[in-house]
Design a protein around this ligand. Structure first.
Ligand code: ADP
Length: 540
């Protein structure tokens, strides 16, 4: 007979994260860019105090465990307090992506049944447009003091956050409940159909955040200052707002200042050692650093994910700026990162190019996550680094069912990701493409990611995207879109010749379109659907 373990059964709850930080790292700092410009700084102890005041304020508004509270907000200290006050009270924090189409925003707020929505002043025009269509929302709270809270024409129940919490006690007894209770809700960006809700449990978030502190993931300690550029409104900012207080790391929140100059200056002035963001953000940051002949004096590590990090950008970070790149993979359905790249000790003597190629892969699973790749019949493919198939994932912080959905998307207990990947014998996973983006030509597959990677290695290319276009003979052929770097002349013949030296001949795109910019969606990814709509039949 199995023996019972004789340990206490304490639930993994988010309230314990902020209380831990307040008690153990009470003096560690949170620095936050206010939406109206200046920097605000305080400590984890003060953050905990204000989270408790907000918890009392929400209770005063009549909210109770299980109710949903929406946020439409930047990465800032009031958003951080809201993270803890809402989930810690047993309510559900619904982070809304302000870049969703207003119709989708209305849909998600109603679907989640948000009772109160906290928003940044930046998004007042958005609130004005949607408030009348969100009948369940009884209060719209602006994350500002009274002086910076706008009146919104046609929306009566707007109040300032500071006024709301000012009269409240800073004592609050966080309730204890099952760690499997829903803590936060985030919707996928809904490129096809309505957005789907992913409900994270306290347990999933705490386990991910603890794992994230690990030296081979975020590697956080009180000696670090971490700046999440990844938004708190999408996929929990990769759980950094939870991991930093667990580790006692200084947290630097950039507010609306996401351009290269603002980020660089904040990184330098606050001694940021670690940061996390999508490749497009790092492209803007490096462009600023290069143009102004700057360097990073404190930044040691950058975490990248959300879309594939081009090899050329990895090389620049590593070799020119001595910043380590960790390239990870995750999705809304996996709470935060599920895999993370990095170099093993054996890579020490490798040539630089080999290191970059390795770091362009999305890495090994974090403890708590398992992956496999399967063929179209669902049979598991070998881990040989060659066999491509759909990536399947399971683990303690992977979704089992969408919010309010009738059917679970799982197949034999695994979540099908819609990504195509390979896994090498040493466990390293590489995303080859999304199933909907891979180019099927003459019975073979071309990876749009690999082609884009090859193109951005050309010194005149700022951004590149590739789509499959219907072709009368080959089924599909690749069409490439290029945004030139400012001041660079580049013509079709030159880039095609360059690509011939980089990829197999039959991969070389049939045509190239030069654009001023690429359509980028709410989570910093190129919207290939938009490109397909406009150019999808140019070869027919
Ligand atoms: P959406 O953009 O639909 O909201 P997510 O934000 O959940 O979806 O993004 C998840 C998807 O992003 C993954 O399924 C994968 O296609 C892509 N992705 C995430 N990280 C990487 C990466 N490092 N390299 C390539 N693709 C990535």
């Amino acid at each position: 007979m199995l023996q019972p373990g004789l340990m206490m059964d304490r639930p993994l709850l988010l309230s314990s994260v902020i209380e831990h930080a307040a008690a153990q790292f009470g003096e560690a700092e949170i620095v936050s860019r206010e939406t109206h410009g200046p920097l605000f700084r305080y400590t984890y102890a003060q953050c905990g105090t204000r989270a408790r005041k907000l918890a009392n304020a929400l209770a005063g508004l009549g909210l109770k465990g299980g109710d949903a509270v929406g946020t439409i907000a930047w990465n800032n200290h009031r958003h951080m307090e809201t993270y803890y006050a809402v989930s810690g009270s047993g309510m559900v924090l619904h982070t809304c992506n302000p870049r969703l189409h207003p119709q989708q925003l209305i849909y998600v707020i109603n679907h989640a049944e948000d009772q109160v929505v906290l928003f940044d002043a930046t998004f007042a025009p958005l609130v004005k447009g949607i408030a009348a269509h969100c009948p369940m929302v009884r209060a719209w709270v602006c994350l500002a003091d009274a002086a910076h809270t706008p009146t919104i024409e046609g929306v009566a129940n707007v109040q300032s956050y500071e006024d709301l919490i000012a009269p409240c006690s800073d004592e609050f007894a966080w309730p204890e409940f099952d760690e499997r209770t829903g803590a936060a809700l985030c919707y996928t960006s809904g490129t096809t159909g309505n957005p789907k809700g992913v409900m994270y449990s306290h347990r999933a978030i705490v386990l991910n955040a603890i794992s994230g502190c690990n030296p081979s993931i975020l590697s956080l300690s009180p000696a670090d200052a971490i700046l999440p550029v990844v938004p708190m409104f999408h996929v929990n900012a990769w759980c950094i707002p939870y991991a930093a207080p667990i580790a006692g790391a200084k947290l630097v929140l950039p507010g609306p200042g996401l351009d290269g100059k603002s980020l660089y200056e904040l990184m330098e002035s606050e001694g940021v050692t670690v940061s996390a963001g999508v490749p497009t953000i790092w492209q803007l940051l490096l462009a600023h650093v290069e143009q102004n002949g700057l360097k990073f004096t404190t930044m040691r590590r950058t975490l990248v994910g959300g879309s594939a990090m081009p090899r050329s950008l990895i090389a620049k970070f590593m070799d020119t700026y001595q910043v380590e790149v960790r390239h990870g993979w995750g999705m809304t359905e996996t709470t935060a990162a599920a895999t993370m790249g990095g170099l093993m000790p054996a890579a020490k003597g490798w040539p630089a190019e080999e290191k970059h190629a390795h770091l362009a892969k999305q890495g090994r699973t974090m403890f708590g996550v398992e992956i496999k790749v399967v063929d179209e019949q669902g049979a598991t493919l070998p881990r040989d680094g060659e066999s491509q198939g759909e990536l399947m994932v399971r683990g303690q912080w992977v979704l089992s069912s969408y919010f309010k959905a009738d059917r679970s998307p799982l197949v034999d207990g695994w979540f099908p990701t819609g990504d195509i990947a390979t896994i090498s014998p040493d466990g390293v996973m590489q995303i080859r493409d999304r199933t909907k983006d891979v180019i099927k030509t003459g019975g073979e597959w071309i990876s749009s990611i690999d082609l884009e990677n090859a193109a951005v290695a050309h010194p005149a290319v700022a951004m590149a995207a590739v789509i499959g276009v219907k072709h009368p003979k080959w089924d599909e052929r690749p069409l490439m879109f290029i945004v030139r770097k400012p001041g660079h002349a580049l013509e079709k013949d030159e880039i095609l010749k360059f690509l011939e030296t980089q990829v197999a001949k039959w991969w070389v795109p049939d045509d190239v379109v030069f654009l001023e910019s690429l359509p980028v969606g709410g989570t910093g990814k190129v919207q290939k659907g938009d490109l397909r709509k406009q150019y999808g039949s140019v070869f027919s």
